[in-house]
Write a new protein. Structure first.
Length: 130
């Protein structure tokens, strides 16, 4: 019913992506605990989930990436996968599969990028390994 992806756009020095908002806290909209460490993370911690292709079977787990957007830059830790292959079930908080170009970010990242709260949720960005 929804498109699914096993790959993401190729990586470059500044890979174009779409920043979305996610809560990694228990009871948040991220569903279960993070894939990389089996833990929940506070919304004030700069953490992200990457689309399946960029998550690359966990090869970026607990590594930092640099996110550039809104004229600012922030470093965040990869803690989860934004699943591009499955969705619409309890494990995925009944959300559809993630597109293949998503960096799903905690509130801390949106704050660090200086995006006004009423504009949180969708932002064109670039990112790279830190």
């Amino acid at each position: 019913m929804y498109p699914t992806y096993t790959c993401s756009p190729p990586m470059s020095g500044n890979t174009q992506a779409y920043l979305t908002l996610n809560s990694f806290e228990a009871g948040g909209d991220g569903g279960g605990p993070s894939e990389c460490d089996g833990k929940y993370h506070n919304d004030s911690t700069p953490v992200v989930a990457l689309s399946t292709g960029w998550y690359n079977s966990g090869s970026r787990c607990l590594n930092n990436i640099r996110i550039n957007g809104n004229g600012r830059s922030v470093v965040a830790m990869v803690v989860d996968e934004c699943d591009s292959t499955e969705g619409c079930d309890k494990d995925h908080d009944y959300q559809p599969p993630c597109p293949n170009n998503i960096v799903d970010a905690s509130k801390a990242i949106w704050k660090a990028l200086g995006v006004s709260r009423d504009n949180w949720g969708d932002l064109d960005i670039t990112w790279s390994d830190a």
